[in-house]
Design a protein around this ligand. Structure first.
Ligand code: INI
Length: 169
């Protein structure tokens, strides 16, 4: 039997058990890996992530920030931090901007696969806050401009995932 999903505000006819993470401050520490390449953008992603964590009750002493040269280096450090047993989540921030060659495609593929594996193999949420843009304007819009701040978005996703995994444990 197909069970229709109600619109927001409508009642469910059946009530499955819903499990969701809440935006609560975690007990443990949160790691942030951020790349220096396109630093004018990545600093804004970092500010967005840190501000959002603090706004949600995370203390500054619970946040460790590791800087890497470029986005390509993020997965190794994310993998190391995720497997260290010291962090409840690893937020990864970077900005890859398309150039004249296919270099960006190789970086983006390596980063997305690497971060996915780091999360799955460690069991620790690894958040993908690496912008993959056609130009600088797109990156500006996504780092605190009119399309939000990907760092802030990842911070919220990190808190939600930490709480969800705790509930599933
Ligand atoms: N790194 C980035 O983070 N963003 C980019 O746009 C970028 N581009 O365009 O080249 C970039 N390159 C550096 C790369 O991530 C490595 O740091 C470098 O290749 C050394 O491994």
């Amino acid at each position: 039997m197909a069970v229709p999903c109600p619109a927001p505000g409508e009642r469910w006819l059946v009530v499955p058990r819903m499990i969701e993470g809440a935006l609560v401050a975690p007990q443990g520490a949160v790691a942030i890996v951020v790349s220096r390449y396109n630093e004018s953008i990545t600093r804004k992603l970092l500010a967005g992530a840190v501000e959002t964590l603090l706004e949600n009750g995370v203390r500054d002493a619970q946040i460790d920030v590791a800087w890497v040269p470029g986005a390509f280096e993020i997965p190794l450090v994310a993998h190391t931090m995720a497997h260290s047993g010291r962090y409840a989540a690893v937020i990864c921030l970077g900005a890859v901007i398309r150039g004249e060659t296919t270099h960006d495609q190789h970086i983006n593929r390596a980063v997305s696969v690497g971060l996915g594996e780091a999360g799955l193999h460690s069991g620790v949420p690894v958040l993908f806050g690496v912008l993959t843009c056609d130009n600088l304007e797109q990156a500006i819009h996504r780092s605190g401009g009119n399309v939000g701040n990907k760092g802030s978005e990842c911070a919220l996703a990190a808190l939600e995932m930490i709480d969800l995994l705790a509930k599933l444990a």
